[in-house]
Write a protein that binds this ligand. Structure first.
Ligand code: 3MF
Ligand code: MG
Length: 344
């Protein structure tokens, strides 16, 4: 039995277009994805603002809220909960140089407009959280922005959102690079600092994505543990990554099984989920997959995560304690590898 609730975003089922080639599968309609997500065993849906309200830039604030209410009805019909809304601040012509940290005042105002609308959409969907994946908040040319001003602008944006709504929580999804070269908020350590420097630290926390931690040269389980220790890990994007290259969003556990195990283990040991947190799976199917395989990475990731939950439940803490007492970490390490290989 799984102790966690799992969530997913509509972008996790996609047509396979990348920077080097066109779509290789048909787009699947949003409603069809929602139904299938539920069938696969997901309980939560993650949204970008324009996943919920596609044409929002050309709509009034009232129209946006009404459109979001229709999506809420669709979720209710399918027994699903909205986990968060993330302003998509990287596609629009107004966010070419970033949103909150853009050098253009007009673009920064646009970013705040999207952030406030995201809060409105979250309220209409019944979601308690806003996620900030700060895609273009940073630099391509180092001298184009001041790192000090960047940080202050990010903090101002966070404070603006906190002031706009007295209940909403903000989670920063940290990532060190891509599409920018140097990000304004690369790790959960930076996120925690922003939280404590904000107007209401109790409403600013983090979302850890496994691949993003690996791109920063960090162990995702340790990033998770760090934010848990601060009481500020409010979501995760579990996935996998083969080394420090482009963001691969591979199925959870397929490259680094022991690291995947330790992510599940630290979440489980610390009661993650007991305050309503979801485990998000931010994975993408390989471009080589055919139409009928559009959901295979989600099925695989769920299966692997749940199998690792079982492994974590079977973890022999008495043996671990003995190894620690004897300082016999070779024995402990061998035990873990045998457990994962199915030899224990
Ligand atoms: C980028 C990501 C994003 C975010 C999403 C929600 C496309 O590396 O991980 O997925 O998770 O925008 O914040
Ligand atoms: Mg992500």
């Amino acid at each position: 039995m799984s102790t966690f609730r799992y969530s997913v975003g509509p972008w996790n089922v996609h047509s396979g277009a990348d920077s080097y080639g066109p779509a290789v599968r048909d787009e699947i309609p949003f409603e069809e994805k929602i139904v299938r997500f539920k069938e696969l065993g997901f309980d939560g849906i993650q949204f970008h603002d324009d996943d919920a309200v596609p044409d929002m830039n050309n709509m009034t604030e009232k129209q946006i809220i009404n459109a979001a209410k229709d999506v809420k009805a669709l979720l209710d019909k399918n027994g699903l909960e909205a986990e968060f809304v993330a302003p998509r601040l990287w596609m629009d012509p107004h966010t070419i140089d970033g949103g909150f940290t853009s050098n253009s005042k007009e673009d920064r105002e646009f970013a705040m407009w999207r952030a406030y609308r995201s809060i409105d959409i979250a309220n209409a969907l019944g979601a308690k959280n806003i996620v900030l994946w700060l895609a273009r908040e940073g630099t391509l040319c180092y001298e184009s922005k001041s790192p000090v001003e960047n940080t202050r602008r990010l903090l101002d944006a966070v404070n603006g959102m906190l002031a706009y709504d007295p209940k909403i929580r903000i989670m920063i999804e940290t990532k060190p690079n891509e599409p920018v070269d140097r990000s304004a908020c690369p790790t959960l350590g930076h996120c925690m600092a922003i939280s404590y420097a904000s107007g209401d630290p109790s409403r600013v926390g983090g979302l850890l994505e496994s691949a993003h931690a690996m791109l920063a040269g960090l162990d995702p389980a340790s990033e998770i543990g760090f934010a848990l220790a601060m009481g500020k890990l409010w979501s995760v994007h579990l996935n996998d990554q083969n080394g420090m290259k482009f963001d691969q969003d591979k199925s959870f556990g397929v490259e680094n099984l022991r690291t995947a195990f330790n992510q599940i283990k630290v979440l489980k040991e610390n009661g993650y989920g007991s305050r309503g947190e979801f485990i998000g799976l931010d994975v993408k199917v390989m471009r080589t997959e055919k139409q009928e395989g559009s959901y295979k990475h989600l099925e695989n990731s769920l299966r692997i995560a749940k199998a690792l939950e079982e492994k974590a439940a079977r973890f022999d803490y008495a043996f671990q304690k003995k190894c620690v007492e004897k300082r016999d970490y070779e024995a402990l390490e061998m035990y873990v590898v045998e457990l994962l290989m199915g030899l224990k």
